[in-house]
Design a protein around this ligand. Structure first.
Ligand SMILES: Cc1cc2nc3c(=O)[nH]c(=O)nc-3n(C[C@H](O)[C@H](O)[C@H](O)COP(=O)(O)OP(=O)(O)OC[C@H]3O[C@@H](n4cnc5c(N)ncnc54)[C@H](O)[C@@H]3O)c2cc1C
Length: 642
């Protein structure tokens, strides 16, 4: 029966359905024959078989529609997922509104399934399938169980409700609201609510320049304050900056960022609590993270188990390395007192293999070459690994890509009603006049009380050129960025799945099987691999740089050939970028991160090139959070316009 069935035909069919189900409930499914149904419904045998193949078909009727809703939900691309909570609620609401189209039918099926489930002691198979599907987005069985129970409980309450017209979707929305509130309350509390204690409401106009992770985060925090309104300026057509996500041929590709390092100790967990974000994440399988050295593969020493297994170190070297990790965790490692890793290694009496391992760890976490790894300050490395080694979840992916985060931050601005997102509107100039900061774009000039720069440091310096503030930011002009080569391939099938991550210690590059961890990013059966090569930025001229990049590309393709044979024939999507900026300021001793406030400059600065906790995206989040906190505190005490 097609989807365009006439209304009268549909009505007749529904009547047969309801009659049959009513009989199943009264007598039990086994005790009712097709002939009994025909007699009670007063139809011919031909009519019955026109609609249904058998009486089992009848039972499958509502279940089939529900299954199709779930299948469509599972196929939704991640970039359309605004938040985990709303995405999951959407499925429940869609299922409920389908059921409420057939109230009598649904009630009969419910009673029947209770009968068949031996008085309710066994959960219907449909609910198991629903739970299974939810795990796709929310890999936490305890939470899924709770939500499915709320759904089933609401259905039961609705079915047994005396009033025919009780609104199932409204009942469900309300109950899910309570369930999510309970799940959120399960997380530790937060002291981040400076504005809640404010008595007076001020009106402060804030401009944020840059719609990457930092700009979006700062704006989301400020949007919660009723006395602050603002504009988020972004010169490109979309938000997200280097954490921008896009879709191509069914694959979801992140322009840059993928992993969250040490998520349980990461600033994103503060954002989750304080801004009420909801997302799930998946841990990369530590047992499948490998290092390759001189053609040999071995476990990366990410934790004690891998360290014992790895062939990179001898037993004595392992003992030494465990000692080093323990000292880092206890915060007593000497490394923090050395200007750079190179200085520490020069004086360390450790074997060369241990030294090489240190160097390689820094290469892979800071996305840089060994020469640069030796220039990273000792205290930076010590702080970074202190945090990472204490984490129980060292490498995680946000399920469904970073769009799940950026969509929610954007939504917060929209909901506040006090923030404008100005896309494709770059800020070209800034000046001070009549106690206001005047920002200039191609189409307008606007006045603000506060201005936040949330963009790479080099671009900040450019924008302030020729202004009175230029000399104060000039010291940051010479900062060098961390650039890598990115080689993304979407494959139409899984060609091989030997590891989740493989790091080539000889050529300083790695390949991640992104889809081995995040299955939501690929079409059915597909595979998404990302290759990244750390790049040197020390060249005599353009010719030398070009030759170097060509050599890196060839090495990357050879690495794919070794571990993913057949990948070339299976490519559905490919993106190669030979100059992707991972960090706007490389965290080496000769560079200086831009402070959030600079003396004699009235602006605020955030982004991954600014002072903040962590590296990469975490520094963008943490510096933006600090800047927002400063402005919120000012809004609490300073009259606007002064
Ligand atoms: C290949 C790659 C892999 C990465 N992997 C990871 C990872 O695994 N984990 C991790 O934590 N991080 C990773 N990162 C780093 C992460 O993506 C960045 O640290 C983060 O996205 C930086 O955010 P941001 O807001 O500071 O800067 P940006 O994302 O650069 O945002 C700045 C925004 O400002 C806009 N802008 C600039 N000038 C103006 C102007 N005048 N007017 C208006 N708008 C302007 C820009 O268009 C841009 O959108 C990776 C990056 C890359 C490139």
């Amino acid at each position: 029966m097609g989807p365009f069935m006439r209304a009268t035909t549909r009505k007749k069919r529904d009547t047969v359905l309801e009659t049959a189900l009513q009989m199943f409930v009264e007598r039990g499914f086994e005790q009712v024959s097709v002939d009994d149904i025909i007699a009670r419904a007063n139809i011919s045998k031909g009519t019955f078989y026109h609609y249904f193949n058998s009486k089992e078909d009848i039972l499958d009727e509502v279940g089939g529609r529900q299954r199709r809703i779930i299948e469509a939900w599972l196929k939704q691309p991640p970039s359309q997922v605004t938040s985990l909570e709303s995405h999951i609620n959407r499925l429940f609401i869609d299922l409920a509104s389908n059921i409420s189209r057939y109230p009598k039918l649904a009630r009969s099926i419910m009673f029947l399934s209770l009968q068949q489930g031996e008085g309710g002691s066994r959960r219907p198979r449909e609910l198991d399938a629903l739970a299974e599907s939810l795990l796709h987005w929310l890999p936490d069985e305890r939470k899924v169980e709770l939500l499915v129970t709320v759904y089933a409980g609401t259905l039961l309450a609705w079915c047994t409700h005396g009033q025919e017209d009780a609104d199932l979707t409204e009942m469900l929305k309300s109950n899910l609201g309570w369930a999510w509130a309970g799940l959120r309350a399960d997380q530790p509390g937060s002291d981040w609510e400076p504005w809640r204690t404010m008595k007076e409401v001020t009106t402060m106009k804030v401009a944020i320049i840059g719609g990457g992770l930092a700009g979006l985060t700062a704006a989301a925090y400020l949007s919660e304050h009723p006395g602050i309104e603002g504009i988020l300026f972004e010169r490109s057509p979309q938000l997200g900056g280097r954490a921008f996500t896009y879709e191509k041929a069914g694959f979801t590709l992140n322009y840059g960022a993928h992993a969250i390092y040490g998520i349980d100790r990461h600033t994103i967990s503060n954002l989750e609590r304080e801004l009420g974000l909801s997302f799930s994440s998946k841990q990369v399988d530590k047992r499948r993270v490998m290092y390759a050295k001189h053609g040999q593969l071995t476990e990366a020493p990410l934790d004690f188990i891998n360290l014992m297994k790895t062939e990179l170190l001898s037993t004595m070297q392992k003992v030494r390395f465990v000692g080093e990790i323990t000292a880092i965790i206890a915060n007593i490692h000497q490394l923090k007192n050395y200007p750079t890793l190179g200085d520490y290694l020069a004086e360390s009496n450790a074997d060369e293999d241990v030294k090489e391992l240190w160097e390689h760890l820094v290469c892979s976490n800071f996305f840089i070459t060994p020469e640069e790894a030796r220039k990273v300050p000792g205290h930076v490395i010590s702080d970074y690994y202190h945090n990472l080694f204490l984490s129980s979840r060292p490498v995680n992916y946000i399920l469904g890509s970073w769009a799940v985060i950026t969509n929610q931050l954007r939504q917060k601005l929209a909901v506040s009603g006090r923030w404008e997102v100005a896309l494709q509107e770059g800020v070209d100039g800034i000046r001070y006049a009549d106690r206001k900061f005047v920002l200039q774009t191609k189409t307008r000039e606007l006045e603000f009380d506060r201005v936040v720069f949330a963009m790479p440091v080099q671009q900040v310096v450019k924008l302030l050129k020729g202004t009175a503030w230029e000399p104060f930011v000039a010291p940051y002009e010479g900062n060098t960025a961390t650039e890598v080569m990115v080689y993304d391939v979407g494959l139409e099938r899984v060609v091989a799945r030997p590891f989740s991550y493989i790091s080539d210690m000889d050529n300083k590059m790695f390949i991640t099987d992104v889809s081995a961890t995040d299955h939501t990013l690929v079409p059915e059966g597909g595979q998404l691999l990302q290759g990244i090569a750390y790049l040197s930025d020390n060249f005599e001229g353009e010719q030398e740089r070009k030759a170097y990049l060509e050599q890196k590309t060839a090495q990357m393709e050879a690495l794919f050939d070794t571990h993913y044979p057949g990948w070339r024939e299976a490519v559905a999507v490919k993106r190669v970028s030979k100059k992707a900026m991972v960090a706007s300021v490389k965290n080496i001793a000769s560079n200086a991160l831009l402070p959030n406030r600079v003396e004699n400059v009235p602006f605020y600065f955030c982004g991954d090139g600014c002072v903040g906790k962590g590296e990469l995206a975490e520094r963008a989040f943490s510096s933006a959070r600090s800047v927002a906190k400063m402005i919120l505190q000012e809004a609490a005490k300073v009259p606007v316009g002064v």
